[in-house]
Design a protein around this ligand. Structure first.
Ligand SMILES: Nc1ncnc2c1ncn2[C@@H]1O[C@H](COP(=O)(O)OP(=O)(O)OP(=O)(O)O)[C@@H](O)[C@H]1O
Ligand SMILES: [Mg+2]
Length: 343
């Protein structure tokens, strides 16, 4: 009798889907009591209209079986178990007080430096208004794809051994992004939860400059292991960096330290060092705020060209002095992250 009912239920489509209620796995038990069938179903369905349709269609189908006159439906509403597809050990975020100090450049090259030190690394472009990561990583115009193995998840794009997500790979280039805060929140939440990151040691998040929605959402939606403040050595940039530091504090994001970018210039011809922007401001700032100093990155034309052409210097010229300085900073970050997480 049970078999017969089950066979009939295999013909009942789950509302809105192309598979049957049996295939959808909602039929948990069928108990026969004389001419009565008790059918137990379990569903995480949020839509009441769908549940109402099931309440009608399932008894009708069961009653077509000879000998069944009565059908009792027991519906158990369960909470949807979200599939856990990612396991990210450390989320680290770069920020700055003001724009254009090289946050994205630092994020990209740090991510690659970490990967060269044998860590699994992802890169999340949280700059929804001005996503630079696709250009810098050379993945401009490559659309993201849906993950065939996990329903409703997105696959990150892989380049230089880094898994990358950016809004720039989801909307046409140059499309004006005029989004309200709520949408920024949603986008960042989705980048964290609806992307098949897989197992990562580090997820590097490139935040937009300043103290905005992206920072707040990131802090709300995930545990950030540490923030990195990128500064240039000029005094103006330093006062902005103080704001970034205070903001991280307010959001309860521990600050890993400070990176001074465009710190000094090494003459490619003679090798002499020139302090274009009064080198050392970053160190002074970190001492004043009792923050670790993570490293200094020289100003170098190869860094800018690499950014413009999608060939990050750490990936394409790993033995250059600039790449070494990124690698040193990456080592310092690893050390600080471990200390902050009591490892
Ligand atoms: N160390 C460096 N040497 C030479 N050029 C650099 C260096 N760091 C960054 N740049 C260049 O400076 C410009 C700004 O850098 P980047 O886009 O990384 O800054 P940002 O802080 O992310 O800016 P935004 O606030 O617009 O997001 C880019 O053209 C980049 O190539
Ligand atoms: Mg940027």
């Amino acid at each position: 009798m049970k078999e017969k009912i089950l066979n009939e239920l295999k013909k009942v489509f789950y509302p809105g889907k192309t598979s049957s209620v049996v295939k959808e796995g909602i039929i948990k038990d069928i108990i026969i009591d004389g001419t009565k069938a008790i059918i137990k179903i379990e569903t995480a369905e949020q839509n009441q209209a769908v549940v109402d349709m099931l309440k009608k269609s399932i008894p009708i189908a069961a009653k077509t079986v000879n000998g069944i006159e009565n059908v009792e439906l027991e519906i158990k509403r369960v909470e949807e178990v979200k599939e856990k597809v990612s396991n990210i050990r450390y989320v680290i975020a770069t920020t700055s007080g003001k724009g254009g100090v090289g946050k994205s450049t630092v994020s990209v090259n740090l991510a690659i430096a970490l990967s060269k030190l044998n860590f699994k690394v992802g890169l999340l472009d949280a700059d929804i208004y001005g996503p630079n990561i696709p250009t810098m990583m050379g993945i401009e115009g490559m659309p993201v794809k849906l993950d065939p193995d996990h329903k409703e998840k997105i696959l990150p794009i892989e380049k230089y051994n880094i898994k990358i997500i950016s809004i720039g790979n989801m909307i046409p280039k140059d499309a004006a992004v005029i989004w309200r805060g709520a949408l920024i929140n949603k986008a960042i939440e989705q980048f964290l939860n609806d992307v098949t990151w897989g197992d990562l040691d580090f997820l590097v998040v490139d935040l937009p400059p300043g103290t905005g929605d992206a920072q707040i959402t990131l802090a709300q939606k995930t545990k950030v292991s540490g923030g990195i403040i990128v500064i240039t050595p000029q005094n103006v940039a330093l006062s902005d960096a103080m704001k970034a530091n205070d903001f991280f504090k307010k959001l309860n994001i521990p600050v890993l330290g400070v990176i001074e970018n465009m710190s000094y210039f090494i003459c490619p011809k003679c090798g002499a060092k020139t302090d274009i922007f009064s080198h050392g401001g970053g160190k002074k700032f970190s001492v004043e705020y009792s923050l670790p100093f993570l490293g200094e990155i020289p100003i170098d034309v190869e860094v800018r060209e690499g950014g413009d052409t999608g060939k990050p210097i750490v990936a394409v010229n790993p033995d250059s002095p600039v790449s070494k300085s990124f690698e040193d900073a990456a080592r310092n970050i690893i050390e600080k992250v471990k200390i902050l997480n009591n490892e």
